[in-house]
Design a protein around this ligand. Structure first.
Ligand code: UD1
Length: 419
């Protein structure tokens, strides 16, 4: 099994170009199922989850052509596609559930494996299923598969989500594009990736209008057109690199981004004392000798992203006083804590609150990655740790970060992959 070896303390200096967004690519790839026209996508990150989504589409009959080394692909979905999403691929990537909506919208039936367990929490799909039911879908769960059908097609409806869910908003947004009549979705997630999905769908001919902060109107259409679309930048990768810049008085230029999308993160980094300069498609960040403590909680966008919580925890370990992080989205998202403790961090967890004592001098150790973002936090800690850190189970990292070691090496990190 592959491991990462990191030798600290690394002072990072230089430019990092951020890749295309994983969390925008996944729903956009699923949404291609709506159309039989050719779709070209650029800025698609080469990460494991995207590969898995492509395999899932291919297993249903999609013809995908990747343009090597260019982060581009074309995709063509025929008239006749299989409508089954099998367990093997679904079990490794929860976002696979987003194929349910488009399959029902276009083919009126789907058999999709339930996503199965996930180390960061239970992650049910009840909100997706109940919302689809409002559009005329009938379903049963048999032997780990959702068997769903909408014999007379999907019918536009007014749906208020009981809780803000990124995946459920995406599933319903995509499905509604081919429904009969008008759909209004309320209490939607408004993550930038959902706005990117909206732009993509509209560019292929959907009729989607955001009519309130968390409310969207979709008028169903019958056909789509050929489209070429560039996926937005990965704001979680950008946030991870910004945090890397704030640790150890590093001096980084984060490029190929839209700084406005990172407002919340930038404000927090400024509050803890980092020097942040926004430019048009770039942010320059420089860490300070003294990092100030801060209390924060994760919440849906525009709040602080749960996907950056573990990385921020590492920065707060370096603060001059105690900080508290409250995790309000997933119930089991402090998995990196025990590993960070092995590296000398002083963090205590009670329920969904982590108290970070600060003033940590990280020390290299053998640690284990437990989930995607927790893995990134271990890399950040390792970069500021004295001595060698070996991180095992880095397949988690490969699910969502494109060329992480290459990018970090380029700005001065001593990091290498070993078998
Ligand atoms: C997406 C992101 C993930 C991010 C998360 C929250 C992708 C591919 N993944 O995950 O990186 O951490 O948003 O920003 O974009 N819930 C239910 N029932 C449901 C659906 C969700 O109870 O049917 C709960 C979840 O358990 C969780 C909360 O709602 O507590 C939010 O989850 P959701 O926004 O749906 O996350 P994902 O779409 O799975």
């Amino acid at each position: 099994m592959k491991k990462l070896e990191v030798f600290g303390v690394s002072k990072l200096k230089g430019q990092i170009k951020i890749s295309g967004s994983k969390n925008a690519s996944l729903p956009i790839l699923a949404a291609t199922l709506l159309s039989e026209k050719k779709i070209s996508l650029t800025n698609v990150p080469q990460v494991k989850d995207v590969e898995t989504m492509i395999k899932l589409l291919e297993s249903m009959g999609s013809k995908v052509k990747k343009i090597r080394n260019e982060n581009s692909l074309t995709i063509q979905n025929n008239k006749n596609m299989k409508t089954k999403a099998g367990y093997n691929l679904m079990s490794t990537m929860r976002a696979g559930i987003i194929v349910l909506g488009p399959l029902l919208a276009r083919f009126g039936k789907a058999k999709v494996s339930t996503p199965g367990g996930c180390s960061i929490g239970v992650r049910p799909i009840d909100i997706h299923l109940e919302a689809l039911k409002c559009m005329g879908v009938q379903y049963k769960i048999i032997d780990g598969y959702v068997h769903a059908n909408a014999k007379s097609g999907l019918i536009g409806a007014k749906i208020r989500f009981p809780k803000i869910s990124v995946g459920a908003t995406e599933n319903l947004l995509i499905a509604s594009c081919l429904a009969k009549g008008q759909t209004i979705l309320s209490n939607c997630a408004i993550e930038p990736e959902i706005k990117d999905l909206t732009k993509f769908l509209n560019s292929m001919g959907a009729k989607i209008t955001w009519i309130g902060k968390r409310q969207v109107k979709i008028v169903g259409v019958k056909k789509f057109k050929e489209v070429k679309y560039k996926i937005m930048f990965d704001r979680i990768e950008a946030g991870t690199m910004l945090i890397a810049g704030a640790i150890n008085q590093n001096n980084l230029k984060i490029k190929a981004i839209e700084p406005n999308i990172l407002k919340t993160e930038i404000n927090i980094l400024k509050k803890v004392g980092a020097k942040v300069i926004k430019k048009k498609n770039e942010i320059n960040i420089q860490g300070r000798v003294k990092i100030k403590n801060i209390n924060l909680k994760t919440s849906p966008f525009p709040g602080f992203a749960t996907d950056l919580q573990a990385q921020m925890m590492v920065l707060l370990c370096k603060a001059n006083k105690k900080s508290v992080i409250k995790e309000d989205i997933f119930e089991n998202r402090f998995q990196s804590v025990s590993e960070l403790r092995r590296m000398n961090a002083n963090i205590n967890v009670k329920g969904n609150k982590a108290t970070i004592e600060g003033n940590t001098i990280f020390k290299g150790a053998q640690v284990m990655a437990t989930d995607l973002r927790a893995s990134a936090s271990l890399v950040l800690a390792a970069l500021s740790a004295k001595g060698k850190t070996t991180i095992s189970r880095i397949y988690h990292l490969d699910r969502g970060y494109e060329d992480l070691e290459k990018k970090l090496k380029k700005v001065g990190a001593k990091i290498r992959r070993i078998n």
